[in-house]
Design a protein around this ligand. Sequence first.
Ligand code: IPE
Ligand code: IPE
Ligand code: MG
Length: 250
Amino acid sequence: MSTSLPRHVGIIMDGNGRWAQVRGQPRIEGHRVGAESVRDITRASRQLGLEALTLYAFSSQNWSRPADEVKALMQLLRDYLLDERAEIMDNQIRLHAIGDIERLPAFVKEPLDALCRDSAHHTGMTLTLALSYGGRESLARAARVLAARVAAGELAPDAIDVDVLGQALPTGVLPPLDLLIRTSGEQRISNFLLWESAYAELVFVDVLWPDFRRNELYRCLESYAARERRFGLTSAQLANPDSDVEPTSG
Ligand code: IPE
Ligand code: IPE
Ligand code: MG
């Protein structure tokens, strides 16, 4: 499987609330057990040798949830960062965050910044947490940065191409997104990596996030490995990249 292992996997970790609801428990209990899935999937991804794992943990739109749920999620996030610090440091994982991090409360932002800084030199897998993240917001921010460079005379408008825009995104430092997984049965992107998913393979699984553990991940990777990624080309071109078929003359 290793030859067709994705370099970069993104996951929309959805279904925590429903997981708790079917058990007659408060939604936050689903988030708590969901954090266990984060640990297992991160560990398994590191062991498999993925270069990058990006987890959608909290969207720009999730701020509009009931205040109690937002508060509990922030508390869980802080607990996660403190509890996982040793594991991240010991396993050469580089922690990276994307999103409007300034909006996070200080009790989350501080341990997050510290762990990103302290793990910045690590050469193992890059674990990116998408926090207060929106794909549209991220594109708008990149547009603002590029516009400012144009206004300052540092960048010509004509120089803005796919590479320049891609590099202006917070994911510009990561390998291209190969596989995008969403749990919980919903089949939508919900403002995750909009630009980056242009040629990602999409896998939607019916399992709720708290039940998504490494065996589920392996199944997604098998599905990925069985696909043909054509990037706009034909199957024949992919099979034989050197031979451009001559048009048949009449
Ligand atoms: C995903 O689970 C976690 C976050 C969005 C923070 P949900 O909380 O969306 O769970 P469901 O979709 O309501 O079941
Ligand atoms: C997407 O899930 C956000 C995260 C998993 C963090 P949501 O539950 O917020 O998405 P919708 O509302 O179902 O589209
Ligand atoms: Mg949801």
